[in-house]
Design a protein around this ligand. Structure first.
Ligand SMILES: NC(=O)c1ccc[n+]([C@@H]2O[C@H](COP(=O)([O-])OP(=O)(O)OC[C@H]3O[C@@H](n4cnc5c(N)ncnc54)[C@H](O)[C@@H]3O)[C@@H](O)[C@H]2O)c1
Length: 293
């Protein structure tokens, strides 16, 4: 659980589809104070102009949104100096030029784009942790967002490399800041419909593949809140001795070898259908046992 009245900085707000928004909302529901960051003043304005049309004026009025480009060290330093004492941070930030770093092939000529992707999606976590930990005197928790870096998916290319590096950085930072009682972890989420995801070429392919790999039903729209629950768990008291870990919140897709067999695919609806499937499995096992006698 979140510390009631504690301050949490949630970085990476673009619109109300962002994982950052789902996470911030849950922190507030549990009694935490949330300070969001958008990348810059322009994107903060876009958030209010067209990124939160589903919110009431009252909901908009209470949002505390600052801006911070994580590649500019001075902006990160100033952000945390202005906020002061805090309990946790969510680093929900990623970018790689879709034309050069994602797509059909692993292109090697756009070195500046590759560097930029690494800086934003991976190295920035170290900058954020460095300036934030000075303001977590009683200890705290830093959580970042990753995606399936243990395997190679088509089209994800340099971003997959960045995510693998991000998870390695999580371990290094956990080691570095443990003495100050600051924990650092990642949540590796399944595919979710957000602006960042839509810039991944053939994102629909990824979502389709998930249906064939995930033992639990996976919903690219609504499971953001399940991801947020895991982030909040890692921010809170219930995970006090967990650090340097990557927690998979992906419906189980990461533990499946190949594709699920058609009969293994999740039954989304109706308890009756699930009951029938359980009965069918029992019968199959009974038949098998009989054939062995
Ligand atoms: N959507 C998915 O399928 C999925 C799955 C697993 C992990 N993730 C990860 O979750 C995180 C959040 O992405 P999202 O899906 O909510 O999309 P999103 O587009 O809503 O959020 C990405 C955020 O990164 C910010 N950003 C980019 N460059 C920045 C910079 N230089 N400084 C500060 N902010 C910058 C963007 O402004 C945006 O707010 C990313 O790290 C993403 O890789 C997403």
């Amino acid at each position: 659980m979140i510390k009631k009245g504690g301050t949490y900085v949630v970085m990476g707000l673009l619109n109300t589809d962002s994982i950052a928004y789902a996470t911030g909302k849950l922190i507030e529901e549990q009694g935490g104070k949330v300070i969001y960051t958008a990348q810059n003043e322009r994107l903060k304005k876009i958030f209010f102009d067209r990124g939160c049309t589903d919110l009431s004026q009252e909901e908009k009025d209470v949002l505390d949104i600052r801006y911070c480009d994580v590649t500019i060290e001075e902006e990160v330093r100033t952000l945390f100096a202005e906020i002061g004492e805090l309990n946790g941070i969510v680093h929900s930030i990623g970018f790689a030029n879709p034309k050069t770093c994602l797509g059909d092939n692993i292109y090697t000529d756009a070195v500046e784009d590759i560097k930029q992707g690494f800086h934003i999606s991976c190295a920035s976590l170290a900058t954020v942790a460095q300036f934030a930990q000075e303001h977590m005197h009683k200890g705290g928790s830093v959580v970042t967002l990753s995606f399936a870096s243990q395997v190679a998916f088509p089209f994800y290319n340099w971003m997959g490399v960045n995510k693998a590096a991000l998870e390695a950085l999580v371990r290094a930072l956990a080691r570095e800041y443990g003495r100050e009682h600051v924990r650092v972890n990642a949540v590796s989420a399944g595919p979710l419909a957000t602006k960042a995801a839509k810039s991944i070429p053939h994102f629909a392919h990824l979502a389709r593949v998930w249906k064939k790999m995930s033992p639990l039903p996976w919903d690219v729209i609504n499971d953001k809140k399940e991801v947020a629950h895991a982030v909040v768990f890692l921010l809170g008291e219930g995970s006090k001795k967990i650090t340097g870990q990557t927690l998979y919140v992906d419906g189980g897709a990461s533990i499946v070898g190949g594709e699920l067999l058609p009969r293994e695919r999740p039954i989304k609806s109706m308890p009756a259908k699930r009951k029938a499937a359980a009965k069918e499995r029992l019968e199959r096992m009974r038949e098998l046992k009989k054939s062995h006698e």
